[in-house]
Design a protein around this ligand. Structure first.
Ligand SMILES: [Zn+2]
Ligand SMILES: [Zn+2]
Length: 444
């Protein structure tokens, strides 16, 4: 069958608009719209048959029932709904009424075609409306992870109505935006994320016979600690991106009483419903570092959403510095010999006693890459020990032995008590590759 014969059979199914007529031929002649294909086919059939040329408006089309005439209005409505929102990429999705989907199949079957030949109606709406949104905004289509997603519900309006397309026909979703950085915690007793008071559940109030009173446990703040890294960082980023809320994702976390120094720890701040996606990260960083409450950030950059998984999942080694108190005076040579034995050793650690009891107890093995240190010059019962170890190594237990649950340990090798009195994390670095890989960043 020639293409003219094919087109004639489709036209004979009833009044059909140019877009619907062209759609079964969507795989032919790249660079045309389906409307252009349909118009050309209709012209060809009219010339071949020497019949008067008669076009069919979408509102008279039995297949799309008028929806093909609403692409412009749909695109304009989406753009209006996104007013004030900055985005570089978008995607359009469409919910098609089942009856129209059925028409689209019947149209082909009535003419003796396969029911899904060419392009289906839903894809045409997505593509045609999407193309128009791109033209109006300059943004690019992205099927992977668009900044914004507009979902059109065609059941929500009647194309034959006077002003059919209204804002409730489109649902606009704004995807989160992400900022990566490293934080340092220069003071102890700052948790990484906000920690609601366990007595009052974060409300800051408790119920007394006399009525509601401020919670005694948290002085009415609702928090276990006055601040957290999250609470210092989050407001600056959320505000700069004009978002609704933010979530902090850290590459692991140190104990509340440990400082995080030197290289800092990677984190991602996720901002929900940002109106701006390209804030001045240097200004955000400066503003955070000016707050001066023991939290600093470094290397702030815009990141992709994959960076969240990366900071959470990438295997990282850690460097620690521990202040250690021994049960008796130690010889410097004995300490050096003990550290030498730990270096390169595989440590077996049964779940520490201090760890959450709900966690299943098991023995894990972790490697110590480096162990160095020295006694304090004026006190042979105290010293400083630096450990570089695989992620998940429990340092306090590596020093103390945790009543024999960690083997080997510094206390075990020395044959005396050893307790960490202060702990700092100096570095958190990927085992095999750095966290800061360019493919996980966005241009600012
Ligand atoms: Zn149509
Ligand atoms: Zn409380």
């Amino acid at each position: 069958m020639t293409i003219t014969e094919e087109a004639r059979r489709l036209i004979e199914t009833g009044p059909v608009c140019d877009s619907c007529l062209g759609r079964p031929f969507a795989a032919r002649s790249f660079g045309l719209t389906n409307g252009e294909r349909g118009r050309a086919l209709r012209t060809t059939v009219a010339l071949a048959d020497d019949e008067p040329y008669e076009s069919t408006a979408p509102i008279d089309c039995w297949v799309c029932e008028g929806y093909c005439g609403t692409f412009d209005a749909l695109a304009e409505t989406i753009v209006a709904e996104l007013e004030g929102v900055r985005f570089d990429s978008y995607q359009v999705g469409t919910k098609v009424p089942p009856l129209v989907e059925e028409n689209d199949r019947l149209f082909r079957e009535d003419a003796g075609f396969e029911p899904d030949v060419g392009e289906l109606f839903k894809r045409e709406v997505n593509r045609e409306v999407g193309r128009r949104v791109g033209g109006l905004t300059g943004a690019e289509v992205s099927f992977d992870r668009p900044d914004v997603l507009a979902v059109i519900d065609l059941s929500g309006f009647d194309p034959l109505a006077e002003e059919p397309v209204t804002s409730h026909v489109v649902d606009v979703q704004i995807n989160p935006a992400f900022v990566y950085g490293r934080y340092r915690k220069l003071k102890r007793d700052i948790p990484q994320t906000e920690w609601p008071c366990r007595e009052c559940g974060g409300s800051g109030r408790q119920l007394e016979p006399t009525g509601e009173e401020p919670c005694e446990h948290c002085d009415g703040t609702g928090y276990m600690y006055p601040t957290s890294v999250e609470q210092v960082v989050r407001p600056h980023v959320v505000e700069a991106m004009d978002g609704e809320e933010g979530t902090f994702h850290g590459a692991g976390r140190e104990d509340v009483d440990a400082r995080m120094l030197e290289g800092g720890r990677p984190f991602v701040l996720e901002v929900k419903r940002p109106q701006k996606r390209r804030p001045d990260v240097a200004a955000i960083q400066a503003a955070i570092n000016e707050t001066g409450n023991g939290v600093e950030v470094d290397g702030l950059r815009l990141a992709t959403y994959e960076m969240v998984e990366r900071v959470k999942e990438l295997e990282a080694s850690k460097r620690y510095r521990a202040e250690v108190e021994f049960g008796e005076p130690i010889e410097e040579a004995a300490l050096q010999a003990a550290l030498e034995r730990l270096e390169g050793a595989t440590i077996e650690q049964y779940t520490p006693q201090r760890v959450d009891h709900r966690r299943a107890s098991l023995t894990r093995t972790r490697t110590v890459y480096e162990a160095t240190g020295s006694l304090d010059a004026d006190d042979p019962t105290t010293g400083t020990v630096d450990i570089h170890g695989a992620g998940g190594l429990y340092i306090k237990e590596l020093i103390s032995s945790d009543d024999g649950r960690t083997e080997p340990s510094l206390a075990g090798i020395l044959g005396t008590k050893a307790v960490v009195t202060a702990l700092d994390v100096l570095a958190v670095e990927g085992e095999d590759e750095p966290f800061e890989s360019e493919e996980f960043f966005r241009e600012s």
